[in-house]
Design a protein around this ligand. Structure first.
Ligand code: SF4
Ligand code: SF4
Length: 493
């Protein structure tokens, strides 16, 4: 591809014919769009770098999310890794909390809260998550930063790609891929550090002695990062991400999305800064195409809201800089609702529209679920008992005129301290536990204990009887915990 053609195709806006636009809630696609879409998939995008308010927010969120992602596995808590999903032991450690498979309800509630939060943010401000916190955006941002440092800004990259292969080009491309692979490799290594102790993994990696599954997941995750952030980039947002497809049902005319103010901007056209453009019949848009050149998905926001728009605000930053140079008011492209632009609402009136029923309902549901989630975590008992009947022996007579039933008790200490407990049983006259005294449980441990219940046989009706196991435990802080669990005692005929 020649320089000129590369440049042209890179700066060319996505044709309006293939842009699926929301029209009365329906998506339309012209008849010849398939071929055009395929050409568009192959078209490489060279986003221009941009600075401004939204770029600063994006950079801040890249730092914040990556600081958490890369840093968390190295943080220790109570002498162990603070966040560790130990799949082998079926325990999730999250700071002072140890979650067991029985706690799957917490995970379910967390997922429901996350889904509702996504609905809420989308109803309020469209694809905020995509533009600022989605891993695809964040890693693409990091990889593009590396690319810009090594290959140069947009024009230099277009020129380099158009140049024939030479020693210089190989050197630049190899340097870029080496840097990308380093970041991708460290990202993959960090990923496995959430599932196995990070410090041990670090020593194992240094000695080149990771296990086969650890190698597999590290390389797989690194490969996905390299491929998605280095090559696929906007294709993931445009063609692979399901969220892009169903977001149109979550936004409405009151949702704040990145919007081109057509009434103010059109008719577009180049002009000198000194002329009175309104007198010439021109709008504020100088048709410089900078908003298209900075767009990571290569679309022209002036064609209206499109499902490919990730709401990153890069076009708004670029346009604000142009408006400043032209000494026009900023905000020709801005976060605004369709209704506020159409009805020319003041910022205060537009803000009031945010408090509409669906936003209030989502917010109320999230608040209730978060309160339930935190309340149940705070009142969680640190001891759990599950009674499992020994199916092999339903109940039998033993020496001394006694009836005996055998159970297996699963005792789980979910706290981070030692625990000692005693067991007794109630529900039948003379019922005794044969091995119920001073049972020790290690911190965050799970113990399967065979327990025998005996009762004198006289005056007992044959058949099942309800009995209760009562456990009394002392935790490491000396607090007493009492638990009761129901079971069935079988008296043979
Ligand atoms: S149109 Fe603007 S907000 Fe949407 S993806 Fe492109 S640059 Fe980002
Ligand atoms: S950056 Fe602003 S002025 Fe330039 S083409 Fe885009 S909307 Fe028009």
């Amino acid at each position: 591809m020649s320089n000129a053609s590369a440049s042209d195709s890179a700066s060319r806006p996505a044709p309006a014919a293939i842009a699926r636009k929301r029209r009365g809630g329906e998506a339309t696609l012209s008849a010849d769009s398939l071929e055009q879409t395929l050409a568009d998939v192959r078209r490489k995008i060279y986003p221009r770098s941009v600075s401004g308010l939204y770029a600063r927010w994006r950079i801040a969120l890249v730092f914040l999310t990556q600081f958490l992602y890369y840093g968390l596995p190295w943080v220790n808590w109570n002498g162990r890794q603070a966040v560790l999903f130990d799949l082998g032991a079926r325990k999730f450690y999250i700071f002072g909390m140890v979650l067991w498979p029985q706690d799957v309800i917490y995970l379910a509630v967390l997922l429901v809260i996350s889904a509702l939060a996504l609905f809420l943010f989308t109803a309020v401000a469209g694809r905020l998550f995509c533009g600022y916190a989605c891993p695809q955006t964040v890693y693409t941002e990091i990889f593009m930063w590396i690319e810009r440092r090594i290959e140069g800004d947009r024009v230099a990259r277009i020129r380099l790609d158009g140049d024939p292969w030479s020693v210089r080009k190989v050197r630049i491309k190899a340097t870029k891929h080496a840097a990308w692979l380093l970041v991708a490799g460290w990202t993959g290594f960090t990923f496995i550090g959430y599932f196995a102790p990070m410090r041990e993994l670090g020593s194992a990696l240094a000695a080149f002695s990771l296990g086969p599954w650890q190698w597999f997941w590290m390389v797989f995750y690194a490969f996905c990062t390299w491929g998605n952030a280095g090559f696929l980039r906007e294709q993931v947002c445009k063609y692979m991400c399901p969220y892009a497809r169903f977001q149109s049902v979550m936004v409405d005319p009151n949702t704040w999305v990145v919007t081109y103010d057509q009434q103010r901007g059109d008719p577009r056209g180049g002009r000198s800064r000194k002329i009175d453009h309104h007198a010439q019949g021109l709008g504020d848009c100088v048709d410089c195409s900078l908003c298209v050149q900075v767009c990571p998905t290569g679309i022209d926001i002036r064609d209206g809201l499109q499902y490919m728009c990730i709401g990153c605000g890069a076009c708004a930053d670029a346009c604000d800089a142009v408006m400043e140079k032209m000494q026009y008011p900023q905000g020709l492209i801005r976060y605004a609702s369709e209704r506020s632009v159409q009805d020319k609402l003041t910022p205060a009136q537009a803000r009031r529209q945010l408090f509409r029923p669906r936003v209030l309902i989502y917010s109320a549901l999230i608040l209730v679920l978060v309160a339930i989630f935190l309340g149940s975590l705070a009142t969680r008992t640190p001891l759990r008992i599950d009674v499992i009947r020994d199916r092999a022996s339903l109940g039998r007579e033993v020496a001394g005129g006694l009836i005996e039933n055998v159970y297996r008790l699963q005792l789980i200490n979910v706290s981070e301290g030692d625990m000692t407990l005693t067991l007794r049983a109630e529900g039948l006259p003379g019922l005794t536990v044969q091995n119920g005294g001073a049972i020790h449980l290690d911190p965050a441990s799970n113990r399967l204990l065979p327990v025998v219940l005996q009762v004198p046989a006289q005056n007992l009706e044959p058949g099942p009887h309800t009995v209760h196991f009562r456990a009394q435990a002392q935790d490491a802080d000396g607090r007493t915990i009492e638990l009761e669990e129901k079971a069935s005692f079988i008296v043979p005929r």
